[in-house]
Design a protein around this ligand. Sequence first.
Ligand code: MN
Length: 748
Amino acid sequence: MESEGVKSTPPTLPVGDPQDTSFLTSDLRAALLTYLSEEEVAQAERAYHVSARAHQGQRRRSGEPYISHPMAVAAILAGMHMNIETINAAILHDVIEDTEVSKEDIVAQFGEEVAELVDGVSKLTQIDFESHQEAQAENLRKMLLAMVRDIRVIIIKLADRLHNMRTLGAMPLKKRRRISQETLDIYAPIANRLGMNDLRTELQDLSFAELHPMRFRILSEAIRKARGNRREIIGKIEATLFERLTHAGLKDFEVKGRVKHIYSLYQKMLTKHLSFNEVFDVYAFRITVSSVDACYRVLGMVHNFYKPVPGRFKDYIAIPKTNGYQSLHTVLFGPYGVHMEIQIRSYDMAKVADAGVAAHWLYKLGDGDSDSTQTHTRKWLSGLLDLQKNTGSSIEFLENVKIDLFPEEVYVFSPKGKILELPRGATVVDFAYAVHSDIGNTCVAAKVDRRLVPLSTPLSSGQTVEILTAPNAHPSPSWLNFVVSGKARSNIRHYLKNLEHNEASELGRRMLEKILRSRGRTLAELEPWVNEELLREFKLYSIERLFGEIGMGNRPAVLVAKRIEELSHDRPNQPRPRPHVIKDVLHRYMPTWLGGGRTNAHPLAIKGSEGMVVTYAKCCMPIPGDPIQGFISAGRGIVIHDRNCKNIKEFKNAPEKWVDVEWDADQSREYPVAIRILARNRRGVLATIAATIADMGVNTRDVVIGNDEGAVSSLIFTIDVKNRVHLARVMRRIRVLEDVVKITRKKA
Ligand code: MN
């Protein structure tokens, strides 16, 4: 016996009367008779008498006769249509451990098979998970090995745990928490590994309710409310899907709105740092069909009805999950602006998805392809046996088993077979940094199981990952959007910081050079002592640092240039002239079009390759060909605006922030620009415009659909173009489209 509680001895009441067959005349008997023969049910009745007599006088903490517990466990297993040996073993599962009845007694009365099962469950019951790591590893090993010998042992144990969790209320608080934690740590992962989803989700929700009663209450309440609010939408979408699929000629199928269980929502909020609304604002539907073939046909149909969200399609039919789960998953942009998660599976797959390994008994599935969980489990278990033979310590064994039992971590292999542990959700880039920071810094692509994949690809356990590097490659700021490991994150940040310094230093040097040239000087002819004096005054240890300070916008280039001029007129050991009033100096360097005294002879050329220290204002999105003006922004370098941008006003009284710039004729990149299109509200108009843009080889960054203005709607496309000429060409092509009313460049 374990968690189910303390039993009071000596007996105070004669309970478990051998003549009393009430348990078998009730629901359990009826449940058994739905799939077992009369003779078999008679055997169960006999098991009941033996068990009831043995447990006589024992009570559960709740006060009920103890026999009620094994009978409830048997009832759970009857619901899974487990065979008579399993049912008998469940009824007798605590007698070896807690009563005078021996294994030999059971062999004599019920046969070897039942006795082995009861013995197996008893051994698991003795396992104490509260111990230290070594002992814990040993326990888990025992548990898994018992499972290897006969999977039904663990199924009985899971049913046992489920009933104990359902009746936890009578336990003292501390024990309830301990048992719940153990359920989450050990039993739920095992249920998951065996694909027994219904059982797993119930175990998780019950444990969660015990461990975090407040959070459980708040979440349940929020879910209840949200469900009420969206019942109508779900119903409408369900009906629409049903109608469209029927119209497309599909027969024999079901469409159902799907409810996610509380613990998985909670996990999602934790791991993805999402609010309740973000997690819950997804509508989930399941479409069940008659054949594998129909699954793929339905996938095609729904992708035709609603646009799929890129990168979210998963084919677990071709590549089942390790626990045998099969289904197609996709996410669609649904009506009412909602995301719809769709699962598509056959009726057979649905059975396996809920009951996992137990589907074998429940649905009498054959050993063919439909019974993939059985096959997978058998393979996994025989693998465990090999592992057991080949590993020395329990801890080592546990490390290996963890791979498929605890999916919070991902275990992947290097091409040479070295195993790396990464946090769940880790991508190719995380892997690269886990191997070595140099590999991370220079990775450009990867092969996962010999297939070329993008760097943002998330990894799953068992994959072999080979990183492709290029000597001149370097980390991109966008990587920070998808890496999950601390190592990758800190390495990328560190690199970008250095890069920024280098870019800033290069930009600062150019800015200073420009100004000096306009005054008839160059950096090259700077006398070394001027150099040294500058660094001494500015308290910097290298001239690169000084350039960096200028490039980052922390020190105005004009003032540095001014100081250089002054120093150059100086001789060492002579008194230095008083610095001029700043406004005067600035005025001299200001461009004429802004009222300054300087001609526009030496603006800074912008190539687009300046990196992070030159950025382009989001309000006016300047592109080559536009008149531009740069503004120094402390810590960020130069921000480029269109000269006609309204936001320039705020710099009017801060001329020290102005930098005169122009587009370099030699451009190294494309620039984002926004266009606003008014188009007639016709079906397919958005797709036509998008296709026209794509046809021209132009990248679309973003599309925003503005407010509906009756028969006309406004679409804002953000696209990448080389320059104004290029933009004009794109706009001309769109303007002539049939439903386009008007097209303009959009500036804030
Ligand atoms: Mn029990």
